[in-house]
Write a protein that binds this ligand. Structure first.
Ligand code: FES
Length: 597
């Protein structure tokens, strides 16, 4: 242990700690624009400087390690003066158009100015050449970039994608894909994790609000909205509610008040996904285990989930030879879009082209996904607009709705009912658990033998989780599966996905079924979720979804009565002809410049 004194307080910390970490242990927060807990790589902003007795120069506390006997001052006059100058220098290369910026009132640079008491910037000089790059998911505005490189860390260190890097030197320095290419011409997965860590408005979701407001004002359009599970676990944060407060009912009320014609729940189509994907898995297991040569093509295992469009784009770029492992199911919100524009359009005598489907998602990659040519049926796009959780919050504020005091509302029938299994789709391990709840019962006629139906080994936020389930007894139709041990793996974040895919590509994967979510922790931590720095925020959001699941009477997808009615009255059977037409898709091999290969 090392002993230091910080602002007069004695502090004992383990060797190797930084000054910033040591200060944190005694409740002293040192300001920063570039620091990232546990993965900090670049000390680029220098806002975190502190004074150390006996050292001539101020030290960057995020990088400098504690040494025995150090006497540190984190807020001395010399430190505050230096921070002010550093801040003003940053501001001298910033457009200062806060009133027009989407991060206004939610910008770390702005907050820091307030904290440091900077009135105006005394410096004027050369400015970085501005450049705006608008991809379907992410908008980059280099004029607002403070070169903190958090986005580079998240893209290269956490997601291990490496789509962006700092390029050039001096005033030409810019965080960008290689050769200044637009993001859409790269292997960027569009996960949007960079937009979550960006301290300013340099990286944000591409605006989806304008077409939604236009559709709402168009009397010809029937505007249908649906909301993903993870949104309800985080939306409240934008209105000051404690992290992890589920706001399902208030959210439904707010969407009605905004004026959507139908407020449906993506939970319904998460249940639909389980029926389709579970049936597909059983088909593959049957084909593999019955040893029927004619079925061999169907027997590609492990089967891998396909709900996460960031993951889909990643595998298309990085493992293009392994696409047969992906389930052919579309993601739940595009499934619901396809059902709205067929079944529901028919029921309401609305022309599909006059149906306008809006998906509120925790995800930026879904903005890219809806533009894929594969995501349409009979010339109608499955989904017309995707809004992130952050954008929905803005929409609610623009509509002047007092969200916190809203009464609890309901989703509309017939596509608004979801089981508890669908709630947990928003957290890593949830899709797998939902699938197992149904598949196990279909095969054995018995409930999944886990406490409260939670498959304990795959609950939690670890990068890779695994479980093995032995099928002891079966219903007569599945006798060939008697005694089979099904191995499953779950991962979230693209680094974990790549690790599991290396095994798949090498032919050594021991798993039958793999769940992949593109963002670390799953959709609760998606690139479109509120920016949150609170300790354990992912656990809290995840608990919100598990509590939504546990409070429900119906907790297995195949128990959803409205879904069963959709099958009996319209779709026929899971994986049947109409289901395939509406709800399944295919994938494409992509090169590193996002070209089809
Ligand atoms: Fe230390 Fe940015 S936080 S240099």
């Amino acid at each position: 242990m090392i002993h230091v004194t910080i602002n007069g307080k004695p502090v004992e910390v383990s060797e190797g700690s930084t000054i910033m970490e040591a200060a944190e242990t005694v409740g002293i927060r040192i300001p920063s624009l570039c620091h990232m807990k546990n993965v900090h790589q670049y000390g680029s902003c220098r806002i975190c400087v502190v004074e150390v007795e006996g050292m001539k120069n101020l030290q960057a506390s995020c990088m400098a390690k504690v040494r025995e006997g150090m006497v540190i001052r984190t807020h001395s006059p010399k430190v505050l003066a230096a921070r002010k100058v550093l801040y003003e220098l940053l501001l001298s290369n910033h457009p200062k158009d806060c009133l027009n910026c989407s991060r206004n009132t939610n910008c770390e640079l702005q907050e820091l100015g307030y904290e440091l008491g900077v009135g105006e910037s005394r410096f004027e000089g050369a400015m970085t050449k501005p450049m705006v790059d608008i991809s379907p998911s992410i908008t980059r505005d280099t004029s607002k970039c403070v070169l903190c490189r958090r986005c580079v860390t998240v893209c290269t260190q956490i997601q291990k994608v490496g789509a962006i890097q700092a390029q050039n030197r001096g005033f030409d320095t810019v965080v960008s894909p290689a050769m200044g290419l637009p993001l859409n011409s790269t292997a960027c997965a569009m996960c949007g994790q960079c937009t979550v860590v960006c301290p300013t408005g340099a990286l944000k979701e591409t605006d989806g609000l304008a077409p939604v407001w236009r559709a709402l004002a168009d009397p010809e359009k029937r505007v249908v909205v649906q909301v993903a599970p993870a949104v309800r676990a985080a939306l409240g944060e934008e209105f000051g509610l404690p992290v992890g407060t589920p706001v399902t009912g208030k959210m439904a009320t707010a969407l009605h008040e905004i004026g959507f014609d139908d407020v449906f729940d993506t939970l319904f189509s998460a249940d639909l996904t389980i029926l389709e994907e579970g049936t597909e898995l059983l088909g593959r297991l049957n084909a593999a285990l019955k040893g029927d040569e004619s079925q061999k093509e169907k027997a590609v295992l492990p089967m891998i989930t396909s709900c996460s469009p960031g993951w889909i784009k990643h595998i298309e770029h990085q493992f293009p030879e392994e696409l047969d492992h992906l389930s052919t199911c579309k993601s739940p919100h595009t499934m619901l879009g396809a059902v709205v524009k067929s079944f529901y359009a028919e029921r309401t005598a609305t022309a599909p082209e006059n149906m306008f489907v809006v998906s509120v998602m925790p995800c930026t990659a879904k903005k890219y996904e809806i533009q894929r040519p594969e995501m349409e049926v009979d010339g109608n796009r499955d989904v017309d607009a995707v809004l992130t959780t952050r954008e929905l919050a803005r929409m609610i504020k623009t509509a002047g709705i007092d969200f916190v005091n809203l009464p609890e509302g309901e989703f509309d029938a017939p596509l608004g009912l979801g089981t508890g299994a669908a709630d947990i789709f928003g957290v890593t391990g949830g899709v797998m658990e939902a699938a197992l709840r149904t598949v196990y019962e279909v095969v054995t006629g018995k409930e999944l033998p886990f406490d409260k139906l939670h498959v304990a080994p795959i609950v939690g936020l670890e990068q890779v989780k695994t479980a093995s389930i032995t099928i002891e007894d079966t219903l007569p139709a599945y006798e060939h599966l008697k005694g089979v041990t099904v191995n499953v793996a779950v991962t979230s974040g693209l680094e974990g996905a790549s690790m599991l895919m290396d095994e798949v590509a090498a032919g050594t994967s021991p798993y039958h079924f793999i769940e992949v979510m593109g963002c670390p922790g799953g959709c609760i931590n998606g690139g479109g979720q509120p920016r949150c720095t609170e300790e354990n925020y992912r656990e809290k959001r995840s608990n919100a979804l598990y509590s939504e699941d546990e409070r429900k009477v119906l907790r297995k997808s195949h128990e959803n009565p409205d879904l069963m009615k959709l099958y009996s009255e319209y779709l026929g059977e899971p994986n049947g002809h109409l289901s395939h037409h509406l709800l399944h898709t295919h994938y494409v091999k992509r090169g590193k410049y996002n070209q089809l290969v």
